[in-house]
Design a binder for this molecule. Sequence first.
Ligand code: AMP
Ligand code: ZN
Length: 467
Amino acid sequence: MALTFYNTLGREKTEFTALKPPVVGIYSCGPTVYDYAHIGNLRAYVFADLIGRVLRRQGFQTHHLINITDVGHLVGENSNGEDKVEKKAKADHKTTKEIVDFYTQAFFVDLAKIAIDRRQFEFPKASDHVADQIELIKKLEAKGFTYQTSDGLYFDTSKYPAYAELGKLDLAGLKEGARVEKNPEKKNPSDFALWKFSRPAETRQQEWDSPWGIGFPGWHIECSAMSMKYLGEHFDIHTGGIDHISVHHSNERAQSEGATGQPFVNYWLHTDFLTVDSQKMAKSLGNFYRLEDLENKGYHPLGFRYFLLSAHYRSALNFTWEALTGAETAWQRLINLAREWKSQAENISGKISVDYQKKFNSFLDNDLNTPQGLALIWDMAKDSNLSPVDKFATLIDFDTVLGLQIAEHLNNEKISTEITLLAEEREKARHNKDWAEADRIRQELADLGYEVLDTETGYNLRPKGQI
Ligand code: AMP
Ligand code: ZN
């Protein structure tokens, strides 16, 4: 069956065709690293991860970027708001670099816990690409898309006729203050800053010279500049949460197509929200949890991944502890079943069931229908016509897409007491700040085929080569 995606542009399911097969270029809007990601944000990245896995299963290679926003994202997404990273640095008496490095690292730790393998992505940082952003703005200026106000250089959205298309926006009916902020100098409510001037009264840690004055890039331009730099001016897939459709992605598209005069992205895919009591989980609403909050309550991050996969990405998913418990139980049951299936014939390797595989692929290829994929596993579990070892092989095959780390889990269970004791000894040495001893034991473990990953809460021990 052909691979089909629901394209926000056009609002319909369409068959996927790659621009330059076998490589597929994907850009997923990433975190602003001024704070920890919440589990709602993580839904967007599990979705980004899933689409990459499905494409690779289809034989494509993915060139996938997740950007790290470390400058220009303003509080309230408002051109007069404070820069989120600068604000946090000031509040914590830290440098912006310290803030950015700390929360980027915390983001990577979260990704690893939910089986998102960093090696499948590149993570370009906005502040490393200011020259590219300036070049792109210069192109827009030369083509007459910009105008200057007292606080920056703006994109004139009325000059890009297709502006309303992606967000199905009613531009005539747009009221400032609702979707867009009040700014008397703007020509149109939907216009947005490409370059912001540093305010004379304010000392910014991150600012650059530009043809328009000292300042910093607006938030939207980084995604246009970095995606086109690495994926080409016209690439395959762009993802993000549905909150990005009407502003951030509409702006990205306008800037990119304005500058190049050609289509920017072929498939726009958006994931719906993780909600709490039907409201979007958001920092500003104070109704959010971090992955660590879940772990502190005894949940496994992969139970959370199962929870996310149990809903289709285009449906809102309501977070409750009961629902998370249900998902974690299901994930544990899968591991138990897998252990049982495998143990029935330790030395015989099973065969992947072609019938089940076909069905599974058809569900995932049909706009990434993970709930149907998971339901199929439970059907298979009940199927008395399939041998346990074949069930095991089939499940492990499906797991290359689902990322529930079933095989890894079973392998980890095999870690002997000797290895565990060594890891504990190393943890004790680390606790006593005896780094030489900790390194020595790390090497000893490596020689025995195991690696330790230090986490905020302790360490993970696993056979080498696993995520
Ligand atoms: P931000 O750091 O706010 O720019 O968000 C990072 C990513 O998370 C974006 O793709 C957002 O659309 C997405 N996002 C934010 N809140 C939620 C939520 N409650 N559910 C799902 N995705 C979200
Ligand atoms: Zn973006």
